[in-house]
Write a protein that binds this ligand. Structure first.
Ligand code: SAM
Ligand code: SF4
Length: 331
């Protein structure tokens, strides 16, 4: 690191950058994307791999050590392993992870691993083909499972991300945890957040971490919170008392973890966000495309981090949902 760390007005040090590489996706999870009529960004507005890598290099000079590639669906971006190669070359970057729906993972797991990808989170809400179709409006469960197998066979460390919507996935919670237990994969249940495109979110649709924990406890067996977890990680983790496997909870609604936040986000069209739920964002594409020196990009990153608020206010009556849906931010 060349300079002082990226610290905000609440003393939180930022070392984690999420990079969205596209707003497009090959499936249509109802809580993220509408089925039709989506206005995707024109290709010319999307950052090139070189532009992304330059931004990441400047961020690394300010103390960013961890990168996560996301989207939209990152694997639909052509030649993604080349971006991973560019990122892996950046001094100071110690961890490159990917969040994917897994549909194209079977083909891409090896080239991504060879390029330097360290970890993958595969999004999978259900092992039931009908419910997968209902949630994603695509019949691709088989391909996701093949993708998971391919990545595991290569030894890529993996977690599963399962979005928990009340009244829909209760039957899926325990089979997913069992699937993870059999394969040594942690399943992370994510509370349904107000980030869908059509404003369908409602508090009554949130299946909370405590409710999920109760269902898993009843159907599989008791769980114990893992005490020495990394306080800056978003998930609270629990181990099954029988010693087989663990699960995690991203309890953004019932137990917000903003006090530990260490993340900033670069959207596919080159805007920097200090929070998933931020209303404001900073245009860095115009700097990347307009001859700005690295020092100006670094100053802009610092200013954006300094503007960061204490936390989202989903649980207050003042809450305003962000103007962009999840797929356009980069989850
Ligand atoms: N397409 C990839 C995927 O699905 O993993 C990466 C991008 S996606 C926007 C990132 C994550 O956001 C997904 O893993 C999914 O779990 C989560 N997600 C999307 N919409 C959500 C919502 N409304 N509430 C909670 N999590 C959501
Ligand atoms: Fe696509 Fe991921 Fe959004 Fe599902 S959550 S529609 S896979 S971007």
């Amino acid at each position: 690191m060349d300079q002082a760390p990226l610290i905000d007005t609440f003393g939180r040090i930022h070392d984690n950058l999420r990079i969205s590489v596209t707003d497009r996706c090959n499936i249509r999870c109802f809580y993220c994307m509408p089925e039709e009529g989506i206005q995707f960004q024109p290709r010319a507005e999307i950052l090139s791999f070189e532009e992304i890598a330059r931004f990441a290099r400047v961020a690394a000079s300010l103390g960013v050590t961890k990168l996560r590639i996301t989207g939209g669906e990152p694997l639909v971006r052509k030649n993604l392993p080349h971006l991973v190669e560019l990122l892996a070359d950046i001094p100071g970057i110690r961890d490159i992870a990917l969040t994917t729906n897994g549909v194209l993972l079977k083909e891409l797991a090896r080239p991504l691993r060879d390029a330097g990808l360290g970890r993958v989170n595969v999004h999978l809400d259900t092992l039931d083909r009908e419910r997968f179709l209902q949630i994603t409006r695509r019949d691709d469960l088989g391909r996701v499972l093949e993708g998971i197998d391919a990545a595991l066979a290569l030894g890529i460390p993996m977690k599963l991300n399962a979005v928990a919507v009340k009244g829909l996935v209760e039957e899926d919670l325990a089979p997913l945890a069992e699937f993870g237990r059999e394969r040594g994969i942690e399943v992370r249940y994510i509370e349904f957040m107000p980030l869908d495109a059509r404003g369908i979110w409602d508090r009554s649709g949130v299946l909370t971490a405590d409710e999920i924990l109760a269902i898993l406890g009843e159907k599989i067996g008791p769980l114990d919170e893992i005490p020495e977890r990394d306080l800056r990680a978003p998930a609270t983790e629990y181990a099954f008392r029988d010693g087989i496997g663990r699960v995690g909870f991203i309890a953004s609604i019932s137990k917000p973890f903003c006090g530990n936040c260490n993340r900033i986000r670069l959207t596919a069209d080159g805007h920097l966000r200090y929070c998933l739920f931020a209303i404001d964002e900073t245009d860095v594409k115009s700097l990347l495309r307009g001859d700005a020196p690295d020092s100006e990009i670094a100053d802009t990153i610092r200013r954006t981090v300094m503007a960061k608020w204490a936390g989202h206010s989903i649980n207050s009556s003042q809450f305003v949902a962000p103007p962009r849906p999840m797929y356009a931010i980069g989850g």
